[in-house]
Design a protein around this ligand. Structure first.
Ligand SMILES: NC(=O)c1ccc[n+]([C@@H]2O[C@H](COP(=O)([O-])OP(=O)(O)OC[C@H]3O[C@@H](n4cnc5c(N)ncnc54)[C@H](O)[C@@H]3O)[C@@H](O)[C@H]2O)c1
Length: 335
């Protein structure tokens, strides 16, 4: 159940169900008073918290709290904590109940929605995971007041993606505004969050186990992940560059029109997102061909016939590299 509340007193949160709360350390710093009556396990900020050794520490604490299988683990934080909570709620004593309180934009519009959990093993990100449906996801835009700007942009990249792959309304809101005006207008920002979260739920409902339709959510992510990994660029900016690549690729194929391409560039400028990067084609191609979503013979790419019309395009490494060179050339001209 998706609960969206607009209340800076977090009224609903006072009565929320839950037995042990896993809370991101920064979210705890800012919103401590809302959780102090619960049993709490603080989770250090950062991807390292999704490691096996950290999970072991958390499990020891769950045991100390004597958490039983008919009780509820609640994850409060960004995608790191919602992923950990969802994973442990799937496997601890063969599964407990789960509640999620996402406190980053990325988690509110993406990570907490869709029933997937993922934790890391050695250098493999999200190698181990489960599908787990939470009892509730509590979303409140006021959590985002304390979020650093770069973290907001990580979430904005996903919002832009929903506009491009799925939703005219989001496209229009994005085109008529910019990052500053959205952040100043609580009502509009909340509408954007709520619509994005609902779009993700809708897409996931068509394909809960991620075998087909849901792949459209990978728009911008295949190239984005490779760039994020190679060049230490934030997730949101890398996805934005990946979407820019997807738009240019679709335009080269004669699908996306010049006007649509220009609308896209207008949006990425208005939201201070990066749209190009001078990457090394061979390095990126190597990572893209190893992506767990692709098989060895083919690279699956989400492209757009038009804005709002995504499809899966199967390409091979030779074509992919040649498109990369063409897009890099086009980006140079778009100085
Ligand atoms: N399960 C899924 O379907 C899914 C989908 C997308 C992403 N993810 C996962 O999500 C993770 C990324 O999530 P993220 O971008 O939210 O990052 P994150 O959880 O690392 O949070 C980002 C930063 O914001 C801080 N923070 C959280 N809430 C805050 C608040 N209200 N005020 C101030 N600071 C706050 C955190 O301490 C952290 O430093 C990745 O591990 C990724 O794999 C999962």
């Amino acid at each position: 159940m998706l609960i969206i509340e607009h209340d800076d007193e977090f009224e609903y949160l006072r009565h929320i169900d839950g037995d042990v709360f896993l809370i991101d350390e920064n979210a705890y710093k800012h919103f401590k008073s809302h959780f102090d009556s619960y049993k709490i396990i603080k989770i250090p900020s950062g991807e390292e918290s999704k490691s096996m050794s950290n999970l072991e520490q958390i499990i020891k604490k769950l045991l100390k709290f004597n958490l039983r299988r008919n009780q509820m683990i609640v994850g409060v934080g960004g995608g790191v904590v919602t992923d950990i909570a969802a994973f442990l709620a799937s496997v601890y004593k063969r599964g407990t109940k789960l509640g999620l309180v996402p406190t980053t934009l990325l988690a509110q519009v993406d990570a907490s929605i869709g029933g997937k959990s993922g934790v890391n093993f050695q250098d493999y990100k999200n190698l181990i995971g489960t599908f787990k449906t939470p009892e509730y996801i509590y979303v409140n835009r006021f959590f985002l007041n304390t979020l650093p700007r770069e973290e907001l942009k990580n979430g904005m990249a996903e919002v832009i993606k929903y506009g491009l792959i799925y939703d005219e309304k989001i496209m229009n809101w994005l085109i008529e505004n910019d990052l500053k005006s959205i952040l100043k207008d609580d009502t509009l920002f909340e509408k954007i969050i709520s619509r994005s979260a609902n779009i993700k739920s809708e897409i996931v409902a068509h394909d809960p186990f991620d075998v087909g339709f849901r792949k459209i959510l990978n728009f911008g992510h295949t190239l984005g992940h490779a760039i994020e990994l190679l060049y230490n660029i934030s997730h949101g900016q890398a996805v934005s560059i990946g979407m820019s690549f997807g738009m240019e690729f679709s335009h080269l194929k004669g699908d996306i029109s010049s006007d649509e391409l220009m609308s896209f560039y207008k949006i990425v400028n208005a939201y201070n997102m990066q749209y190009k990067y001078d990457f090394v084609v061979d390095d990126v191609a190597k990572i893209v061909s190893q992506d767990k979503k692709s098989s060895y013979e083919k690279i699956e790419f989400i492209l757009l016939k038009a804005i709002g019309e995504p499809y899966i395009f199967n390409t091979d490494i030779i074509e992919f590299k040649s498109v990369c060179h063409e897009v890099l050339k086009l980006w140079k001209e778009r100085a």
